[in-house]
Design a protein around this ligand. Sequence first.
Ligand code: NAP
Length: 186
Amino acid sequence: MQRTNRQWVLNSRPKGTLSADNFALKEAPMPEPDYAAGRVLVKNLWIGYDAAMRGWMSLKPSYMPPVELGDPMRSFNVAQVVKSKNPELPEGTLLLGMYGWQEYAAVAATDMVPYRKLNRFITPEMALGVLGGSSTTAFWGLMDIGQPKKGETVVVSGAAGATGSVAAQIAKLKGCKVIGIAGGED
Ligand SMILES: NC(=O)c1ccc[n+]([C@@H]2O[C@H](COP(=O)([O-])OP(=O)(O)OC[C@H]3O[C@@H](n4cnc5c(N)ncnc54)[C@H](OP(=O)(O)O)[C@@H]3O)[C@@H](O)[C@H]2O)c1
C-alpha cells in the first residue's frame, strides 16, 4: 500500500470561468480510518463531473458548505473498499459517495452524504450518470414539485444538459408535450 494520497485541492476560488491554477496537486498522508468503529478505506475509481461543483467552489450560501481552500475538490465518486473490518462493507464493495479528487478516502456511515452500495445491475457510469445526482434532481424536481399530468406541456430549460435531458424524458414518459430550450445548433 502506498504511503501518500495524491489529491487535487482547491487552490483559489475561481472568478467566472475556471482556470488550471484554481487547483493544485498535493501529496497528503494516507487516510487512517478507525476500522474498529466500522470505517473503511476506499480507492476512487471514477470521478463524476457535475455543474453543481462550480457552486461548491464559491462562498455563496448553498445547500452544502463551500469546499475549503487546500481541501480536495468535492465530487461524487465510485470507489472500491480496499481495507475493511466492517462486515457490511467487505473489501471489493463498490460505493457511490462523495470522496473528492483524491486517490483514497476514509468512509463512515455518518458522512455528510451517506454512501450507497452499487449492485451488479448498476455500473459506475450509471451510478454517476443516469442514476446520479443530476437525474435524481430531475426526477424529484419534476415528479414532486412539477407533478406532470398526461397531455400537459412541460418546458425544460438547459434541456441539452445532464439534468434537463432526463427531465425531458421523464415528462415524455408521463405523456406530456415537451419543449426543450437549448443553445447549441444540435
Ligand atoms: N440542486 C441540485 O441538486 C442540482 C442537481 C443537478 C443540477 N443542478 C443544477 O442544474 C443546472 C444544470 O445542471 P446539469 O448537470 O444539467 O448541467 P450541464 O449538463 O452542464 O448542462 C447545462 C446546460 O445548460 C446550458 N447552458 C450553459 N450555459 C448556458 C447559458 N449561459 N445560458 C443558457 N443555457 C446555458 C447548456 O445548454 P446548450 O448545450 O444547449 O448550450 C448545457 O447543456 C445547473 O445549474 C446545476 O447546478 C442542481
